[in-house]
Ligand binder design. Structure first.
Ligand SMILES: [Zn+2]
Length: 412
């Protein structure tokens, strides 16, 4: 891999929320996999001896996006999901590898997987790290923990556990397989026919067992959770992140803000009728999902108001073509329009997730020492989050993986 110096661009990252201004007429020097200098062009060029120049033609450059709620082996009820469920182990691995490649191409350079089938995510991560298949950096929970018959029990992307011992064992089994974090389903959800969104699924002792075991091993815990009472209890027990949060209240968001519990709102899952139609998702699930939409958005607004840390996560496959862009970018637009605004949306899609993952020394900013995981787009993401629709160029670890500026369509 040759060293490159990226020129003719404006550089912005999530530090803008802390007053770090974008750099116009910037350059970024990349030696090997990492950024060694980012700043005003003249300054960077003085240090750029031996580097090949990459002219971005006036593009805006940000860190690659981090999608904090992904399932590369997702199978929802309905015929699309049945197709995925029917894949054998080899087919599943290849299917996930294809999803990983597509994900990277749409500018998502890191994902946090929060329930994947059969531990295939660990094989995928090893293959990506070894350079055998293109894909984003992968942080993964392995299989999600769920009570017997609980949310998502139908698939091999969950592990049924019961009681304190059962959940401890579940946590340890994921860590043994290589999990970076733990995902647990503490309430019902949209995709379970015999439950409601507000069905409590874990007892307090089970939740405490998950949290204490994971934390003892230095792993954070995120919970699929809808209703406020269950979330409130988990937050008091030390939960690190809430997924969805369909039915939050002012009281629970205040506690989340105080205790530093993050929220990945996944706004798309209650506003993606076209996606459900494409997969042949049954009527009951569509009704439950779309019916929960207004309350879901209200919960999100409450969280923003209270100062809860919100992070980008699509739940839908990150690369899915949806309403004219990728599911990831569409989600970020919804977050931005829902009250976050473009600067904080940029943070929520890059530096915020990097911090949650304790990976901000490696990813999340355009800064010396970080991996050169970068995207370039035609429009200004600080003026409008829809700028991410114009991503034309993607670099991961110093290697250009997509370049379709000037009519070129070179994808890995
Ligand atoms: Zn999910």
């Amino acid at each position: 891999m040759s060293d490159v110096v990226i020129v003719n661009c404006t550089v912005a990252d999530g530090r803008v929320v802390n007053g770090v201004e974008p750099i116009a007429d910037a350059a970024v020097l990349v030696r090997g996999e990492r950024i060694t200098l980012a700043g005003p062009r003249e300054e960077v060029l003085r240090q750029a001896e031996g580097a090949t120049e990459v002219d971005l033609g006036g593009a805006y450059v940000t860190p690659g996006l981090v999608n904090m709620h992904t399932h590369l082996s997702l199978s929802l009820p309905g015929q699309g999901g049945e197709g995925v469920k029917g894949l054998n182990a080899h087919e599943l691995a290849l299917y996930m590898a294809d999803g990983a490649r597509r994900t990277l191409n749409c500018g998502v350079t890191t994902v946090r997987c929060v329930a994947e089938k059969d531990h295939a995510d660990f094989a995928l991560r090893r293959a990506i790290e070894a350079g055998r298949v293109p894909g984003p950096r992968v942080f993964t929970a392995g299989r999600a923990l769920v009570c017997t018959g609980g949310h998502g029990h139908e698939g091999s992307d969950t592990l049924e556990c019961d009681g304190v011992d059962g959940f401890r064992r579940g946590v340890r089994a994921q860590i043994k397989a290589g999990a970076d974090l733990i995902k647990v389903m503490i309430s019902g959800g949209i995709a379970g026919e015999h439950e409601r969104i507000d069905t409590r699924q874990l007892f307090a002792d089970e939740m405490a067992a998950v949290l204490a075991t994971a934390h003892a091993w230095g792993r954070k815990v995120t919970a699929h959770a809808g209703p406020a009472p269950v979330i409130a209890e988990a937050v008091e027990l030390g939960l690190d992140c809430v997924e969805h949060g369909y039915q939050l209240t002012p009281e629970v968001v205040a506690r989340m803000a105080e205790r530093g519990t993050a929220l990945v709102p996944t706004l798309l899952v209650t506003r993606c009728k076209e996606f459900f139609d494409e997969l042949g998702v049954p009527e009951w699930m569509q009704c439950r999902s779309l019916g929960a939409g207004p309350r879901h958005l209200e919960s999100y607004a409450m969280a923003l108001e209270a100062g809860v840390e919100v992070l980008l996560g699509s739940d839908m496959p990150p690369f899915w073509d949806f309403q004219g862009t990728s599911a990831t970018v569409r989600e970020l637009e919804y977050m931005s329009e829902g009250g976050l605004g473009p600067a904080r949306a940029l943070y929520a899609g890059t530096l915020g997730p990097a911090r949650w993952l304790d990976a901000d020394g490696d990813i999340g900013t355009v800064e010396a020492g970080r991996y050169a995981d970068l995207v370039a787009m035609d429009a200004d993401p600080l003026a409008d989050t829809s700028a991410f629709r114009t991503i034309r160029w993607v670099m991961k670890g110093g290697r250009v993986v997509r370049d379709d500026r000037a009519g070129k369509a070179n994808h890995v």
